[in-house]
Every structure is written in C-alpha cells, then in structure tokens.
Design a protein around this ligand. Structure first.
Ligand code: 6R9
Length: 643
C-alpha cells in the first residue's frame, strides 16, 4: 500500500526536479505509481490487480476486480464538505439571459432525478444511449445520469447531420435518445429534434426519445416514442424518491462510446471504461493545471467532443472543481465574448483551442484592451498544434506574460492529456507540448517501426506502455482497433501524429501523418468527405486534402471529377457543399472545390495525394516524380486550375 504523503506528492508537483523524480518512478514502478493515484478516488471495492496488458490483441485491463461508479467520485464524495461549492457555472448563448449556477449538491440531485427518469423509461445497465443536445447543464446531467445507472452514453456533437447520427445510433444499437427541441448557437437556431426525427427513420432500435425544452421551436412528438424531459422529471418528483443509488460497475465495464474520424470512411466508436478513465482524467486535470480547490476553470470546448467529456465533465468534477460551461460561440454577440465571460466569473484557468485564439486575434487587440483579465493565472491549449504567433498573442494579450500556457497534446483515444507542461513547473517553449506527464511513455519510430533514439530527431509518435485512460476497443469491431492503432508497429500504440523531439527532449507535434484533417481542431477523415461528395448525383469521383488555413489551421480542398455538371460552376459547388452538410454535417463542408477532368493516379490506380496536397498548398514548383502516373497530362490541368 502506498503511503498518503507519496500520493499527495505525485499529484502536486512543485519543482522541475520533482517532476523528473516522479516521472522516473512512474516508468520504473508503473503499477505502484498508478495504484497510488487510483487511491485518491472513490471505489466501492479496491482492485485485485493493477494492470494486465498486451498490445498484440490488444488486451489492456486496469484495476481489475475494482468496483466503482464514476459519479460517486464526481459528485457524492464532495457533498459533505463541499456540497455548496459551484460545480457548474453555465453561461447562456445570449448574454442578456440569466446565467445558472449548480452546486455539487444541486448537480447530484439533478443527476439522481434524471437517472430515475431514465429508469422509468426502461433504461438498464449496459444499454447504449445516444445524446444529441445543446451545451446546457442538462447535457452534463444526462451524461452523468447515464453513468449513474451504468448505461453507456454515446454523445453526438450538435453539428452532425441526421445521417451521421443514424450511423452512430445503428453502430451501437442505442435504445434511447436524449435530445432537445433545438439549440442556440450565435444568431442561429439548430432544430435538434427535427434532425433526430430524420435520423430515427433509419433506427428501429430506438424505443424512446426524451426531449428537453430549450428553444421551444415546434417539434413533432410521436405518441409512444417521444416524451418531454420536464414532464418526466415531474413524474419522478411525485414518486417522491429524489435519490438514485449508483450502480456498481466493474473497473473495466464500458463507460462511454465516442465516435471519431480515422483514415478510412466510417467513424470509429472509441470505447472508454469506468475505472481507468476516471483515474486518468482526474489525475491529468489535477496535475497539468495544478488545480487548487476554489479556482474557477473554463474550458471552451463542447461536451460533444472528447475535450468536453474529459475536461468539462468528468476530470474537473472528480477534483471538486468549479467548471464554467458556455452555450454559445466566442464571436457572439461580439468577438469579446470569451473575455467578458472571464471577467464576469473571474475565471482563473482558461482552456481553449488555437483556432479560437487565431479567430479572436484577427479582430485586433482593442477587443481585449478594456477587459479585466486579471483573474487569469493559467492558460491551456488543445486540439491542434499551436503556431508561435498565436502562442505569443495568447501569452501577452490574454495572460499578460504571467500565465503559463499548458499546451496539452492528446486524443479521443488517449482519454486524457499525454504530453503537456505542468503549470508553473515545466519550463515552456512556444509551440511545444513539452514533456510527457508522469506515467506516459512516448517513443518516436521511423517508418519501419525502429526506435529513433536521442534528441534533435523527427519521427512517428507512438506510446510504448499502457496508461489507464487509453481506449480498450472500437465498439463492435475489436479487429479494427487492432489494425488501426496496434498493427503499424509491433507492441506500440500508434497515434497517427508526426512529432519532433528537440535537443532538450521536448516534444512538438507536427500534425497527422495519416489521411485525417484537423479543421478548427476537429478531426475529419478525407475518405469520409470523399464518400459524401461522391453521393452527389453528377460526381464521378473526388479526392480531398488539407491546405493551410489562417483561422481553421487546415481547410478542406476537394478535387472533383464532375463531367455532367450544371453549366454554372458556382451552383454545382454549392450543391456539393450542401450534399456534404447533409451526409456528414456542416463541420465537414469543403472550403474549396476544384473541378478536374481526372485525378492523378498511378498505374495501379492509386491517387497520388502528394501532388494534390502540393497544389492545394499553392506550391506547384516542385511536384516531385510524376513519371509513374498513368496520365501525366492531368497534372498540368490541375496546376492551371488551382484555386
Ligand atoms: C484532444 C483532441 C486528436 C488529434 C491529435 C493531434 C491533434 C490535439 C494537440 C494536437 C498538437 C496539441 N492535437 N491536441 N496537436 N498539439 N496540443 O483534440 O482529440 O479530436 O481526437 O484529436 O488532434 O493531431 O492526433 P481529437
């Protein structure tokens, strides 16, 4: 049994030397290290075995024999001492509307209530429940209520189309959908329930939808299938049982599924489990931000993405943190909105994305000048590599030069931060995620999987030892998990990212090395977008690549073969964009569409994406060897027509 002083030390790191010691210990004695961290969470029964693993199948099990319910670490354990502390501060889309504060006591009560609603509506442990909701506190409540009763949530971001939702509901055979009439985002209203209705035409497994009132836009409510959230809550109230016992879960039981794009067409359902994910999100949140109770923390992500799961909901709540949740967008009603929220709630820690920073930078410094940002002590960045210009602006204009920037590198699949500075401990270097957190063992490999040792090197980023927050499988298809992450290099988890390690051993992520784009910090598979474009009636084939975009990081550039198109190119472009929005969602819309008579293919029929990437980047001076192309003439045409 590890002693408590040691546990305290590993979560609260005060010097760079101490980080190095703890890191060394985490590599030499990983099981002791992780057991020490796990001790700081609430378990119904402690584990029998810390770790069992191989990366071949893969088979990774943490804290086997342990019994828990993650909501007890997030809620119940804070009630006695900190029940009146704010758990969630919610800021609505329209600043003229009232904000809401939910204390730990209130959040606990609402989660229990809604857990009982779920039970009344037939939900059981192990069921898959799809959640498609606006960024309102009820979204967090729905997520936690699923966890409370042991149902597996699958949150779908509010920007996805009916078709994308249907694919995800079918893949996991969900029986319940939780949604709202609509959502407010900036000056737009999204008719969520109507989109769900379109999706459900293809989803016979769904027996019930629970609909929250938000925009009160008219909705179709189908007898026997659709119920209102508010009515169901009233029923629970009259039943007079406000509490809901937390279902006992095995450490390795599934907690949730979250779909993410890869290099093949269909998004994968990344699976996270109860014990490991709880320990990992809580530990990384506490460690990287060196979070102290009472600090106000604001993560600008949406719960529909992994960042929101791990660092709006679960991670901060396990640590009894006060988490600000924002319904709207950074530029509404004006580009000063984020800074106004910081001012209003005296935010101490602001965690956001480079794309948001670049977008707000473009409005000039005046927007920031008259805002009181003096409450800020720590800043964070996530989602994509942060360029130096954005890093310095964030540092100077927002942090006034005295807030560390915690550039956290991680993925949906890793569950939580992997490579990240520790606030006020790790010396920073702009655009570098710096060093692995204790417990994380990165390694760079060449294309053959050989380790690239030493410093001042570049390679593909892999992880060589398991960590508790890693994905366990891809839902319904374990083989896909193996081939995607564990087959490229033997005995390593492959991240899909390229990376450089500088002379001091600091890591800088250089971007994806597979066919995944990172648009405004969101992962989009090129194959997925191509499939959607190809659905358009006059498209024969297409190829999608990324190109550098000032605000989004990467933009979507599509080369489309469309011989029988409408004579008005612009109209056809709009139709294609609309087709993509229908099939995937607005987030995947191509920024540029170039019509071509053919794609550059090798004699074996493979599209030479290298050439297309160069054209999209506007660098056609040296396209490299094109001699293996079936028809080298198409390259000239593509070059001339570049947008
Ligand atoms: C958390 C999240 C994961 C991909 C990842 C990488 C990129 C994320 C980054 C970063 C450089 C950072 N990425 N954080 N690149 N520096 N701090 O974004 O998860 O949506 O699954 O995306 O995002 O390319 O592989 P996810």
């Amino acid at each position: 049994m590890t002693n408590l002083r040691y546990q305290f030390k590993i979560m609260k790191i005060t010097s760079f030397d101490q980080y190095k010691q703890v890191y060394k210990h985490s590599v030499e004695q990983p099981e002791e290290f992780w057991a020490g961290i796990a001790e700081t969470f609430q378990w119904k029964k402690k584990w029998d075995k810390v770790l069992e693993w191989n990366f071949k199948e893969p088979n990774v099990k943490w804290f086997q024999g342990g019994k828990l319910n993650i909501t007890e670490s997030c809620l119940d354990r804070h009630l006695e001492k900190d029940g009146d502390r704010a758990a969630i501060i919610w800021e609505p889309n329209d600043p003229k509307d009232e904000h809401r504060v939910l204390t730990y006591k209130q959040l606990h009560e609402k989660v229990c209530q809604f857990a009982n609603v779920l039970k009344n509506n037939g939900a059981k442990k192990g069921d898959r429940i799809c959640i498609y909701m606006p960024m309102v506190p009820e979204l967090a409540i729905a997520v936690l209520a699923c966890a409370r009763i042991g149902a597996i949530h699958s949150v779908v971001f509010g920007g996805f189309s009916a078709q994308s939702i249907a694919d995800r509901i079918q893949d996991a055979s969900c029986n319940i959908v939780i949604t709202a009439d609509g959502s407010f985002r900036g000056n737009k209203e999204v008719p969520l329930k109507s989109i769900i209705d379109d999706a459900l035409v293809q989803c016979p497994t769904v027996e019930r939808t629970i609909v929250l009132t938000r925009t009160r836009t008219p909705v179709a409510m189908i007898k026997g299938r659709d119920v209102w959230w508010e009515d169901e809550i009233k029923k629970v109230e009259t039943q007079g049982n406000p509490s809901c016992p937390a279902e006992e879960m095995d450490a390795e039981d599934m907690l949730f599924i979250l779909y993410t794009s890869g290099s093949t067409g269909k998004p994968k359902g990344v699976v996270h489990t109860c014990g490991g994910y709880m320990v990992y999100t809580g530990y990384t949140f506490k460690t990287a931000f060196q979070y102290e109770p009472g600090e106000v923390y604001f993560c600008t992500a949406d719960i529909g993405w992994i960042t929101g799961h791990s660092y709006i909901a679960y991670g901060p709540l396990t640590q009894g943190a006060t988490s600000v949740m924002f319904e709207g967008i950074p530029t509404y009603p004006s580009p000063g909105r984020l800074w106004e929220i910081v001012e209003k709630f005296k935010v101490n820690i602001l965690y956001t994305a480079p794309t948001a920073i670049r977008s707000l930078m473009s409005f000039g410094d005046d927007v920031v000048k008259n805002k009181d940002l003096s409450s800020l002590t720590k800043l964070g960045s996530v989602g994509e590599p942060i360029n130096e210009e954005a890093w310095h602006w964030f540092d100077e204009k927002i942090g006034h030069g005295n807030c560390p920037i915690i550039d956290t590198w991680w993925q949906t699949e890793t569950g939580g931060f992997m490579i990240s500075p520790i606030a006020n401990v790790t010396p920073l270097k702009p655009s570098f995620a710096t060093l692995p957190l204790p417990g994380v063992q990165p390694i760079l490999v060449d294309e053959y999987g050989k380790e690239i040792e030493g410093n001042g090197v570049n390679g593909n980023l892999c992880i060589k030892f398991p960590w508790p927050g890693m994905l366990r499988t891809t839902y319904g298809d374990h083989e896909r998990c193996r081939t995607t992450y564990f087959s490229a290099y033997e005995n390593l988890y492959f991240t899909g990212d390229g990376c450089m390690r500088d002379e001091n051993g600091y890591y800088r992520i250089t971007g994806r090395v597979d066919d995944v784009l990172n648009v405004s910090g969101h992962r989009i598979g090129t194959a997925e977008v191509e499939n959607a474009i190809n659905m358009h009636s006059s498209v024969v084939e297409s190829a999608v690549v990324g190109y550098p975009h000032d605000i989004k990081g990467q933009g979507v550039y599509a080369f489309v073969v469309c011989p029988n198109k409408h004579e008005d190119d612009e109209l056809t472009r709009k139709d294609i964009v609309m087709t993509v929005a229908r099939i995937i969602g607005a987030i995947a819309k191509p920024d540029k569409i170039q019509f071509v008579s053919g794609l550059p293919k090798t004699r074996s029929g493979k599209i030479m994406r290298r050439i297309l990437r160069k054209v999209a980047e506007g660098d056609t001076s040296n396209l490299g060897d094109t001699s293996t192309l079936l028809d080298p003439a198409v390259v000239d045409e593509i070059k001339t027509g570049a947008l």
